[in-house]
Design a protein around this ligand. Structure first.
Ligand code: ACO
Length: 345
């Protein structure tokens, strides 16, 4: 049976043990920087109010990394915690996939810097860039390597220092984002819980809705590009909002369809933590109850690729997800990109 046929199994439990092979999440970990920036702090920086931010987004605070704390540091902390929980030693890791839009630098890959920081010297390491969808893209890529018998232990990380690309004088964007990292260890464990299916999607026709125009080959760094603010994140909030609701709903339906699951069978839904109104709109369309939906964006804001990874770790640590529960992850981000995954914990 081909790998693509895996996606059409009727029984999710049958799928996760395929010819003695399964892709289990054996450990998750997360890390957020110590500094808390509240809405009240932002009121002193830009023309905004706690009332506006809370009612329009649901965000009350976000974490901001220190000036000498980089995406690789956040990622290494989260990875170390995930390895500890999985009982995996650095030398056991075959592959590191790091999802980020805020790498330490354009190259080398931040995954390689993390490799050095955690001592996973045997691993291959690379970055992927799918904005807020990056962690699910990483899970899907990691799953392919596990199921194809190429690797046994894959470390997937979502990590961001968004504070480094946010324009702290632009109230339209600076209130939305935060820093943090989350990580998962994927392993072949036929007797254990597993990643049942994941889907990914993209629409490059809407690439301009969310971008950082400066710093690439199209617009290399120059005094003019800096003066024009091209090295800051830009977003058409309203259009992004509409596209996010539609794409997240479709992605969630797709993975539920593949697993022949009804939304009522899902114990915990972990949506990308960008805006409470987006989360509520997607949940309503899916017919989910508020009790099913995990939310932590009030404390962290939008941490892009780290968002669902941090939330997954917190949901497990907080006892919201226990062994055997079905979990739905659903994401959306720049690109445009989107994705969803079903996990049997
Ligand atoms: N404080 C006070 N007023 C503000 C603020 C603020 N922080 N920000 C914007 N406003 C003002 C605007 O200037 C506008 O004023 P105007 O009517 O006088 O022009 C007014 O509030 C309304 O602005 P809208 O854009 O209509 O506000 P909206 O309700 O759409 O909310 C928001 C804006 C929160 C950005 C929303 O559109 C959103 O969440 N969009 C999606 C973002 C997202 O999901 N991103 C995910 C991907 S991120 C990634 O991939 C990196």
């Amino acid at each position: 049976m081909s790998l693509s046929a895996l996606k059409t199994f009727k029984n999710p439990r049958a799928k996760y043990n395929f010819e003695g092979r399964s892709c289990s999440i054996t450990g998750v970990g997360s890390y957020v920087p110590a500094r808390v920036v509240t809405n009240a702090d932002l009121e002193k920086m830009v023309d905004t109010t706690d009332e506006w931010i809370t009612s329009r987004t649901g965000i009350r605070a976000r974490r901001v990394a220190a000036s000498d704390e980089y995406t690789s540091d956040l990622a290494a902390h989260a990875a170390t915690r995930a390895m500890q929980k999985a009982g995996v030693k650095p030398e056991e890791i075959d592959l590191i996939i790091l999802a980020t839009i805020t790498p330490d630098m354009p190259f080398p890959a931040t995954a390689c810097i993390v490799q050095q920081k955690i001592g996973a010297y045997r691993a291959a390491a690379f970055d992927i860039e799918a904005a807020c969808s990056g962690f699910i893209f990483g899970l899907e890529i990691g799953q392919q390597f596990i199921m194809s018998r190429t690797y046994n232990t894959v470390l997937v990380i979502g990590a961001e220092k968004l504070s480094s690309i946010v324009n702290w004088t632009d109230r339209n964007t600076c209130v939305l984002f935060g820093d943090g990292a989350g990580a998962a260890i994927l392993q072949n464990r036929p007797e254990s819980h597993g990643l049942l299916t994941a889907c990914m999607g993209s629409d490059g026709q809407k690439a301009d809705l969310l971008s950082m125009p400066g710093g690439g080959s199209r617009c290399p760094a120059s005094t003019q590009s800096v003066a024009a603010g091209l090295h800051f994140l830009r977003m058409d909030g309203k259009e992004t909002f509409k596209n996010a609701v539609q794409a997240m709903h479709n992605a969630a339906k797709e993975v539920l369809r593949r697993c022949e699951l009804d939304i009522t069978q899902i114990k915990c839904i972990i949506p990308h933590q960008a805006n409470l109104r987006i989360i509520n709109a997607v949940s309503e369309r899916l017919g989910a109850t508020p009790e099913q939906v995990f939310i932590n964006l009030d404390r962290y804001g939008n941490t892009s690729a780290a968002s669902v990874a941090i939330a997954l770790d917190e949901a497990v640590e907080g006892g919201k997800i226990v062994r055997g529960d079905l979990v739905l992850l659903v994401v959306f981000g720049a690109g445009l990109t989107w994705g969803a995954a079903v996990i049997e914990w």
